[in-house]
Design a protein around this ligand. Structure first.
Ligand code: AP5
Ligand code: MG
Length: 206
């Protein structure tokens, strides 16, 4: 099964991709995390990506496609979180996608969610101080590492991420609608309700 999560920054792509990955026992490929790894390692791509991500821009299609093609080698099934993000990326990626879950969220909830988000500095698990807090303040439930904020969570960066999403990524909704594999989910509701809808869809499809 090849699944894509599509949606605005903060719509919950990472949250549901991780839950589903455990349930279906298939890996997630998170382009944002792959880039953050490059930043940590201070590679050439990482240095370039750091500047772009901080400002809320997109890394160019060529680099993303070559990164993702390497990441899917040898994998029969996977969940893609954050890819494709442009029409160019979707067209260049030749693998057949079974389902695209489009998490439709209003702009109103996005800012609030991102301001309260914390991620594990080691394993990347996503928390929210209001809606999905860790058991122990500032510490990851899974690996006990420190929780941190992301570099692209300033007001300016979030605004820019929403702008570029509208310009570059929103056209993918029509693209996958036409292909017939888009499943639209109202992402404004609480995590359990949204996740149940995703699971029920998959159950009915099987
Ligand atoms: P990426 O890391 O993918 O960032 P993003 O798309 O902006 O999305 P986020 O990770 O911020 O949000 P999310 O949808 O995963 O939401 P989450 O589950 O965390 O990419 C980062 C950057 O890398 C990009 O800006 C770009 O520069 C670059 N990049 C990556 N891929 C690229 C590509 N293909 N091409 C070019 N550049 C690329 O949820 C958010 C918060 O809300 C959490 O705190 C969560 O707990 C909470 N929450 C989630 N759902 C709910 C709910 N239903 N109710 C209440 N709270 C909720
Ligand atoms: Mg994410």
């Amino acid at each position: 099964m090849k699944i894509v999560f599509l949606g605005k920054p903060g719509s919950g792509k990472g949250t549901y991709a991780e839950m589903l990955s455990k349930e279906l026992n298939i890996p997630t490929i998170v382009t944002g995390d792959l880039l953050r790894e490059e930043i940590k390692k201070k590679t050439e791509l990482g240095k370039e990506a750091e500047e772009i991500i901080k400002k809320g821009g997109y890394i160019d299609d060529k680099r993303i496609i070559s990164m993702i093609k390497k990441a899917v080698i040898g994998k029969e099934g996977y969940i893609l979180d954050g890819f494709p993000r442009t029409l160019g990326q979707a067209e260049e990626f030749k693998e057949k996608i079974d389902i695209v879950f489009y998490l439709n969220c209003s702009d109103k909830t996005i800012m609030r969610r991102l301001i309260n988000r914390r991620i594990c500095s080691k394993c990347g698990k996503v928390y929210n101080l209001v809606t999905n807090p860790p058991k122990k303040e500032g510490i990851c439930d899974e690996c006990c590492s420190k929780l941190v904020k992301r570099i692209d969570e300033t007001k300016d960066a979030v605004e820019q991420r929403l702008k570029i999403y509208a310009e570059e990524t929103e056209p993918l909704i029509q693209y996958y609608k036409k292909k017939g594999n888009l499943v639209e989910i109202n992402g404004d509701r609480n995590i359990d309700i949204v996740y149940d809808e995703i699971k029920n869809f998959l159950k009915n499809k099987a």
